[in-house]
Design a protein around this ligand. Structure first.
Ligand code: SAM
Length: 151
């Protein structure tokens, strides 16, 4: 822990029955190489879905950008306040986009490059290789006009 950080003993977790739908393949195996936030012109990354979810991708190709939700599985979850390395100032966990949070969910708006079977190739991620994938949602402001979005 860093200066002024506070932690708690976590209460027992409720079971939300979260289901990982696949994993994310990225070039980064080490936090020191991983960007803090992704860039739309960053390297290609691959959302590798469990094949049972392939039909659920139908229609996604109409969107130029999609939102990806993932589980930052290598994070601690017990900090109330944090002192980020970048400036050292202490602040509350909920005022940060740090991976350290009670439910370490990461979200990124990424560029959809292409879909190959049950792999979705994107640019704009910032997670370690093999991060579990929680969900994919279209960015409704980024659909290709020739293909109207579904409700
Ligand atoms: N874009 C997401 C967001 O805002 O919710 C995540 C931002 S978070 C600052 C990104 C950082 O989390 C990376 O730079 C890396 O240090 C860390 N990280 C990435 N993948 C992780 C994983 N699977 N488990 C724990 N930490 C991870």
């Amino acid at each position: 822990m860093r200066k002024n950080e506070r932690r708690i003993d976590l209460p027992r977790a409720a079971d939300a029955h979260l289901r990982f739908i696949g994993q994310i393949r990225t070039p980064w195996t080490d936090r020191s190489q991983c960007p803090r936030q992704g860039a739309l012109d960053g390297p290609e990354c691959r959302l590798v879905l469990d094949p049972i979810w392939e039909p659920a991708l139908a229609g996604l190709e109409a969107y130029a950008r999609i939102e990806v939700l993932y589980w930052l599985d290598r994070s601690r979850r017990d900090l109330l306040t944090q002192s980020p390395k970048s400036d050292g100032a202490t602040t509350g966990t909920f005022s940060l986009r740090s991976p350290v949070r009670p439910n370490p969910i990461g979200t990124s708006l990424v560029r959809l490059e292409r879909i190959e079977g049950c792999d979705v190739v994107v640019r704009g991620l910032d997670c370690l290789d093999r991060t579990p994938l929680l969900d994919i949602k279209p960015d409704r402001c980024a659909y290709t006009p020739q293909v109207p979005p579904k409700a």
